[in-house]
Ligand binder design. Structure first.
Ligand SMILES: C[S@@+](CC[C@H](N)C(=O)[O-])C[C@H]1O[C@@H](n2cnc3c(N)ncnc32)[C@H](O)[C@@H]1O
Length: 392
């Protein structure tokens, strides 16, 4: 990501316009970090200044508020460097080093599934598609199915998007999101198949496995009548664990096969076959129709708060609940009545990071796109108790 280092920065008079960028205000924390609220072509984001051990300042885009286009960050950093008369010691912000981030119409954020996703086609989901051999094969074989591929490994995502482009495949949407949390964005009874092929066995940390009681229950909710959740694994441990989880259901239709041949052999399967390992398939068929769920909205604050009083109470703190947490990380002060608190919160499996922006009594999440997932809602209740001073 674009950044530069310098040994000195002039103090700016805010608000200040330089080139296309408007620098609105600066806020500082007791750790010596600074945030600069920046607007460029109607996108609002934050530049971050931190002081390194060698006394240099590192100026970069803040990860939480990163604009969609890296070129915006480059422009903002160049304008900030010019406005503050900084002499760069090392830098990658000039356009001669343009930074490319692969974009594709088929790569979607969860916000898309929360707000905009609609299809008349049946959906099939593949979780942890890795090299994507199985996903690409199924998508070509079933052009009338809308595929959703979930993966958290970025090079695998890039590889599959490139293959979709090269092979002209248009019925796959790829999401970089933890599969254990994704299903709550999916409508009830809309999915024909969920493939989980060769998931990481996590023998020493079973709580990190994709399969759990709540994952199985959410899978059954999103599957249509006759829809199937299909696990394929070389791990006897994982097979027995998942089978036992399915057997905890009050009613279940489960089929087990050993060393079944598929049309396509994934990269992992290739490896296990060469090692002559056994492969287990467990298929759970859904036999119930589930009620619809409402769309996942956004979190909001409705009451005002006194920033001065919040400042007096602030200490870095972590609150833990059942499966979720809230971490109040750092307080940045703009003035006596305004500032930002950097927070991370949500499900233990996945950090949500945001700022709570208090400005003349008004409170909001910044950026204003925190989704009201189950764990975020639980975390938000704790945040509100803390902000409004009703925590005991
Ligand atoms: C062992 S590989 C198997 C890949 C592929 N299914 C195959 O058969 O070749 C497991 C894949 O699952 C992905 N993965 C692990 N945990 C995940 C999660 N919680 N959500 C989505 N993907 C995950 C990993 O990044 C990895 O690519």
């Amino acid at each position: 990501m674009p950044n530069f280092q310098t040994s000195a920065l002039d103090k700016l008079d805010y608000p200040l316009t330089q080139g296309e960028a408007v620098f609105e205000f600066e806020s500082s924390s007791s750790r010596g970090n600074k945030l600069i609220m920046t607007t460029l072509q109607e996108e609002r984001f934050v530049l971050k200044i931190s002081q390194k051990e060698n006394g240099r300042y590192l100026v970069k885009g803040d990860k939480i508020t990163r604009p969609a286009r890296v070129s915006f960050l480059q422009k903002a950093l160049i304008n900030f460097r010019n406005a503050s008369n900084a002499v760069e010691i090392c830098s990658n912000i000039e356009p001669k080093n343009p930074l490319h981030v692969r974009t594709s119409p088929y790569l979607k954020g969860v916000e898309f599934f929360a707000n905009d996703f609609e299809t008349q086609d049946e959906i099939w989901i593949e979780i942890g598609f890795g090299s994507g051999r199985h996903l690409l094969h199924q998508a070509k074989k079933n052009p009338n199915i809308q595929f959703i591929g979930l993966e958290i490994h970025k090079p695998s995502i890039e590889q599959v998007l490139r293959q979709c482009e090269l092979q002209g495949i248009t019925n796959i949407l790829v999401v970089d999101y933890d599969a254990r949390l994704f299903l709550e964005f999916v409508a009830s009874n809309s999915v024909g198949k969920i493939f989980v092929h060769f998931p990481v066995p996590w023998d020493k940390k079973p709580h990190r496995r994709v399969f759990s009681q709540s994952f199985i229950e959410e899978s059954l909710r999103v599957l249509n009548l006759g829809g199937q959740l299909e696990l394929r694994t070389d791990s006897q441990n994982y097979f027995e664990f998942s089978f036992a989880q399915m057997m905890c259901l009050a009613k279940a239709s489960v089929h087990v096969k050993k060393n079944k041949d598929l049309d396509i052999i994934s990269k992992y399967e290739d490896r296990w076959r060469r090692m002559e390992k056994d492969i287990y398939d467990v298929t759970l068929t859904n036999e119930i129709s589930s009620p619809p769920i409402s769309k996942v909205g956004k979190l909001k604050f409705s009451q005002s708060v006194d920033f001065k009083e919040v400042c007096e109470r602030f200490t870095e703190e972590i609150f833990r609940g059942d499966g979720f947490f809230v971490h109040l990380e750092e307080l940045f002060v703009v003035s006596a009545t305004s500032g930002l608190i950097r927070v991370s919160f949500g499900a233990n499996e996945r950090n949500e990071k945001s700022y709570i922006w208090i400005n003349e009594g008004n409170v909001s999440y910044f950026p204003d796109n925190v989704l009201a997932t189950k764990n975020n809602v639980d975390a938000d209740k704790i945040i509100k108790k803390w902000i409004y001073g009703t925590c005991n």
